[in-house]
Design a protein around this ligand. Sequence first.
Ligand code: NAD
Ligand code: TYD
Length: 360
Amino acid sequence: MILITGGAGFIGGNFVHHWFERQQKSGLPPEQVVVFDKLTYAGNPQTISEHLQSGRATLVHADIADREAVRAALARYKPRAILHFAAESHVDRSIHGPGEFIHTNMVGTFSLLEEARAYWGAMNEADKAAFRFLHVSTDEVYGSLEADDAAFSETTPYAPNSPYSASKAGSDHLVRAYHHTYGLPTLTTNCSNNYGPYHFPEKLIPLMILNALEGKPLPVYGDGLNIRDWLYVRDHCEAICQVLEKGRTGETYNVGGINEIKNIDVVTTICRKLDELRPKADGSKYEAQITYVADRPGHDRRYAIDPRKIQREIGWSPAETFESGINKTIQWFLDNTEWVNAVRSGAYREWLDRNYAGRA
Ligand code: NAD
Ligand code: TYD
């Protein structure tokens, strides 16, 4: 049994699918999953409904900052590992309201670590040695790169610039300290921007796909020349599985897609693919919907991951190119309108008004 916080979100939900598919493919004995999730606006049990219905996965609906709920889940399900995905994850939301980010990313991670420490401390020696606390973090903790800077490695100093990245940096430091001070067998992964199925449509790629299809403006922040290193979500999930199996405790591993791309190029790639798959009735091109809008305050210019440590020590490399990954992603959004409609509730529309209405 493994316990996954945030398993109803984008990456955690994909991880649940990947976990069971991987077991099936390799003939491994099935290992159950407990998803511990507060089900915020970003958490959607529909993402993992087939596994909940089959009984392979169980959902505990609770906040990671609720220590009694965490304690009860650990006592009841006795996981051999905790995979910590739960977080407030959207930079723009952290600019509008940082409080939730401190609550979940810092206080929540602290609560989880405290309960994990007590649970692990009471195990017998063999279980103690096998236990893992895997913390999923971001490359944004390293700050922003200039065009000719070397990519982020595991030894790059932390320099977070947004309330989101600062709260994730705080959580990374806590995880490090729980290993160093108490010996908790932790693993940390810092990955670049993920994309793929079940991506909540407030983030760049799903927002652009859905706005394009609805004939809405495609809002590119600033000059559109900011660079992200795009990682297909299933490649990330596989990296996590391998770090869980082979990672050295107390270590961090950077996970990148080896796909540095300017935002404007991401958007035009999506537009051109949609021109092919869903040509517009009036013959115009989706690119005509691109609209430059006022920049995000403190917008990091470039992120890039140096993945050599995980390649060398773990033997992981991404399987998807940006072209293959974006094609799969666009097709998924075209095929899954039911999921898309379900997540775009009234609260989602309010967010769009709050984030985009004031931008020149
Ligand atoms: P997401 O926002 O899609 O999902 C977050 C999940 O956590 C949701 O299911 C939500 O309900 C749950 N959650 C939030 N607060 C909670 C709380 N207090 N208690 C319990 N559950 C709570 O996020 P994501 O994109 O899937 O990201 C997962 C992890 O990966 C995060 O830690 C994030 O920082 C990290 N990460 C994400 C990316 C990316 O590109 N999405 C890149 C690097 C790192
Ligand atoms: P995002 O998906 O929010 O991820 P992050 O900020 O964590 O990297 O944004 C990716 C990039 O796209 C980032 O440089 C901001 C930019 N962006 C836009 O230009 N327009 C948008 O509407 C959004 C949501 C993001």
